[in-house]
Write a protein that binds this ligand. Sequence first.
Ligand SMILES: C[S@@+](CC[C@H](N)C(=O)[O-])C[C@H]1O[C@@H](n2cnc3c(N)ncnc32)[C@H](O)[C@@H]1O
Length: 206
Amino acid sequence: MEKRNNFMDLNQQNIRFFNFWAKFYGYGPLSWWLKNIQKHVVGNMRVPRASSVLDVGCGQGYFLHMLLQQGVRKLHGIDLSPAMIARARQTLGRHAVLKTASVHRIPFRDSTFDFVASTEAFHHFPSPKKSLRDMARVLKKGGALCIADINFYSGIIHWLFKKLEPGHVKIYSAQEFRKLFEQTGLRVVRQKRIGWFVILTIGRKV
Ligand SMILES: C[S@@+](CC[C@H](N)C(=O)[O-])C[C@H]1O[C@@H](n2cnc3c(N)ncnc32)[C@H](O)[C@@H]1O
């Protein structure tokens, strides 16, 4: 019960924080940096045009928009923040199915997607195991889960980040990601740093 209340508190903090940030999320150097990370993730994923893709914590839909520009048509996104989803609808129009929802309860059927991706959001998800379980659930057998999230090498910086950023849960190391993927039945096929501060992990559902 206490855990459930903690999760609800975290979700409320995230909704407040990202509803506020949504007003200026698309502007400034941080936005440029986030889009640059997304560009690298898209490059590493190599998504065939006929694939179906889900972006979890899709924010304003820029990642899905990059895939759209490459000719990928079966695009889907979920985000906890209604304001982010409203902006994503402006970015993507009728080209994507977008829903306000939590990673803990992804509103799609089992084995729906060829790719599930999440960029810069995992450190906000209340339970890493529950999140990965639901992302793996909606992935088809043989499909790929691609998670890119921040990591600054230093425990002190991670501690500071947790103190300062609302709705922050935890920054994970490469080893922790690998272990979480494996515990969820995902075989890690690639793991690398993007720039200095982001770890990308790609796993296949076996
Ligand atoms: C830093 S933003 C990243 C957005 C986008 N992926 C990007 O790379 O620009 C983190 C996003 O995760 C969403 N988020 C936080 N907790 C979530 C949860 N439990 N389920 C789904 N989305 C969540 C936030 O609303 C926010 O839009």
